[in-house]
Design a binder for this molecule. Structure first.
Ligand SMILES: Nc1ncnc2c1ncn2[C@@H]1O[C@H](COP(=O)(O)OP(=O)(O)OP(=O)(O)O)[C@@H](O)[C@H]1O
Ligand SMILES: [Mg+2]
Length: 234
């Protein structure tokens, strides 16, 4: 039996805009196994970010059932959702979303502040996360003093500092040149090897081909779902 960390059953996400309801996701069903590496592709507006936000508990479905780590998240309060998100999920965005007034290490420590971890532990864990992404020499730089690739490394360190089960990345290489993108993708490979489930959205076929499974979307639905290598195979 596969251990599914994500199970979406008949999920719809409807936006009420004007006369017609807009189905950003339409009765979508998808399961993702623990430790898998999944790329989500699809044209602009097909619902990829909407799907990622639902998986990451940043948003709720209009209809359907979502089991995260076997737990039905539908009836949880906003606070309970935030708590699950903080301990289970790491998020990486195309535009890094770092706080410009804070140094790299302060940005990485933020999720630990929310989790109530004390200062000494925060520092130790943030330093370790920054080491993991190869940025131990840049811990006290601010985002504007870092290159795009380095900023994305900080945001990955921030996403993994809580040791999440699942890492969600929405176009993580979209703002990077191909060489820097390659370095970031190598980092994702490392994380998958460490057992983290990685789900990423990309327009780039080369990026998608590093995953083990490619899911394609159109108009809020899945149009194809193919495993290109077995889980954990290099
Ligand atoms: N807050 C919102 N209010 C109304 N409609 C929305 C909202 N967010 C998304 N949509 C609509 O839902 C659909 C899916 O959007 P989504 O952002 O998920 O697409 P996407 O696949 O991520 O596109 P892209 O590749 O451009 O990032 C689009 O038609 C979009 O206009
Ligand atoms: Mg998007």
């Amino acid at each position: 039996m596969p251990n599914n960390v994500v199970e979406l059953h008949d999920i719809s996400r409807v936006y009420e805009m004007g006369e017609e309801p807009l189905y950003a996701l339409k009765q979508l069903t998808l399961s993702i196994e623990d430790g898998d590496y999944v790329a989500i592709m699809g044209t602009s507006g097909s619902g990829k970010s909407t799907l990622m936000n639902l998986i990451g508990c940043l948003d709720r479905p209009t209809e359907g059932r979502y089991l995260l780590n076997h737990k039905d998240v539908f009836h949880l309060s906003d606070d309970e959702l935030a708590a699950i998100r903080n301990t289970t999920i790491g998020f990486v965005f195309q535009q890094f979303n770092l706080l410009s007034s804070m140094t790299a290490i302060e940005n990485v420590m933020l999720p630990l502040v929310y989790a109530g971890v004390d200062k000494e532990q925060r520092t130790i864990r943030a330093q370790f996360a920054l080491q993991q992404v190869g940025l131990e020499q840049r811990m006290y730089h601010r985002p504007t003093q870092l290159s795009g690739g380095q900023q994305q490394r900080v945001s990955i360190a921030r996403a993994i500092v809580n040791k999440p089960r699942i890492l969600l990345a929405d176009e993580p290489t979209g703002a990077l040149d191909s060489h820097t993108a390659e370095e970031i993708m190598a980092l994702f490979d490392d994380l998958v090897e460490q057992g983290i489930t990685v789900i990423l959205v990309t327009h780039d076929g080369e990026v998608a081909n590093r995953a083990s499974r490619i899911v394609r979307m159109r108009d809020g639905q899945i149009t194809s779902d193919s495993r290109i290598r077995s889980k954990n195979e290099k």
